[in-house]
Design a protein. Structure first.
Length: 87
């Protein structure tokens, strides 16, 4: 009786297959990621009138609070809250 493949040749056939697959892998792309912001987006970022108006309004309220001249209408506040949550 003749026995072939005596030794370690058939011991790790899956490992040999994985090594072949690892050799075939290409190196990953080593470039840099880039992002481009449109001109319109840049304009909107720099010329936001809403932010400046809000800041001025907050400063005016802070000043009137410090002076003690800030008055609050409870009915108007309640109406605004109800209208906000009805939407």
């Amino acid at each position: 009786m003749k026995i072939n493949n005596v030794g370690h040749s058939g011991l790790h056939p899956y490992k040999q297959n994985l090594q072949k697959m690892d050799g075939n892998k290409k190196t990953p792309f080593q470039g840099k990621d880039e992002i481009e912001i449109s001109i319109r987006a840049k304009e909107l970022q720099h010329t936001s009138g809403f932010a400046t108006e809000r800041k001025e309004k907050v400063e005016a309220i802070k000043l009137s609070l410090e002076n003690g001249t800030y008055s609050l209408d409870a009915k108007e506040t309640a109406k605004s809250m109800v209208n906000f949550y009805k939407k």
